[in-house]
Design a protein around this ligand. Sequence first.
Ligand code: FES
Length: 58
Amino acid sequence: MSETICHCMDVDRDTIVKAIKEQKLTTVEQVQDATTAGTGCGNCIPDIEDLLAENSPS
Ligand code: FES
């Protein structure tokens, strides 16, 4: 398991990156729907935005 990005929902980096790539996600809302990451306190949303910027198809 890679680094935990969302501690509220216990979602790790690989899970989020995989969802972004496989489902071609482009927004935080889509990542929330796909993984539940970012649906708790919201503190990890900037990290999700970084992962989107790095991994979403341009
Ligand atoms: S750490 Fe992700 S919603 Fe709280």
